[in-house]
Write a protein that binds this ligand. Structure first.
Ligand SMILES: O=C[C@H](O)COP(=O)(O)O
Ligand SMILES: CC(=O)C(=O)O
Length: 219
């Protein structure tokens, strides 16, 4: 069964290059936050299922900000799949790899990128039909040296990665230049203090900075 990303969605994520990781405590922040990211040129997000507000926030963004590609993160149990699909999730990711969650997402037709950190994780993901994977935690686990090593035996299978964890404006260009990477992700665009102050201007500035970095990397 497919957990592959549809070609048009994959192209969109590649073109965007940056997936903004969101932790939303107040669902009323969802729409202004998504619009601030879009204003800076970031049109893909991973809204993490770590707060009670997450599913409502997703629904609001899907209803009011259709230009945003709405991914959901921290999907770690099978009973989360149906609610996020009903709320409009367009893809999902997880910190690790739970085969039951991947299979449930496949049954629901939800493109899913599980998190991997070792060759065994990659082999389990490939066995499940996944080729787009999240490399997490990217920097703490060894950064590009680690990714290049664990990727090498599987590159011929078309396995590609979104590194996440310690990725930010300082190392974004380097990560995006890695041939095994098709986009990067991180929370640096939407720090907690910006949400607390509802400083959407700063979010837009950070998004525009990330967009400029992504655009500077030749395809
Ligand atoms: O959501 C995934 C990670 O917690 C994001 O890591 P980060 O905060 O280093 O970007
Ligand atoms: C680590 C991550 O991105 C997640 O919680 O899905």
């Amino acid at each position: 069964m497919e957990s592959q990303f549809p070609p048009d969605m994959l192209q969109r994520i590649e073109r965007s290059g940056v997936i903004s990781v969101l932790i939303i405590d107040d669902a009323s922040d969802a729409v202004p936050l998504a619009k601030a990211l879009l204003a800076g040129g970031v049109d893909a997000m991973e809204l993490t299922l770590r707060t009670d507000a997450a599913v409502d926030a997703l629904r609001r963004i899907r209803d009011e900000v259709p230009e945003m590609l709405a991914g959901i993160g921290t999907v770690i149990s099978v009973d989360q799949i149906d609610p996020i699909v009903a709320a409009g999730a367009q893809f999902a990711v997880s910190p690790g790899l739970n085969p039951q969650v991947v299979r449930k997402a496949q049954q629901a037709g939800l493109p899913f990128a599980p998190g991997v950190m070792t060759p065994s994780d990659i082999e389990a993901a490939v066995e499940l039909g996944c080729r787009e994977l999240k490399f997490f935690p990217a920097e703490p686990s060894g950064g590009q040296t680690m990714l290049n090593s664990i990727r090498a035996p599987y590159a011929h299978l078309g396995v590609r990665f979104v590194p996440l964890g310690g990725v930010n404006e300082k190392n974004a260009a380097s990560w995006l230049s890695n041939p095994g990477v098709f986009a990067i992700g991180g929370s640096w665009l939407t720090p907690k203090e910006c949400l607390q102050k509802k400083d959407w201007t700063e979010v837009t500035r950070r998004a525009a900075e990330a967009r400029a970095i992504a655009d500077s990397i030749s395809p």
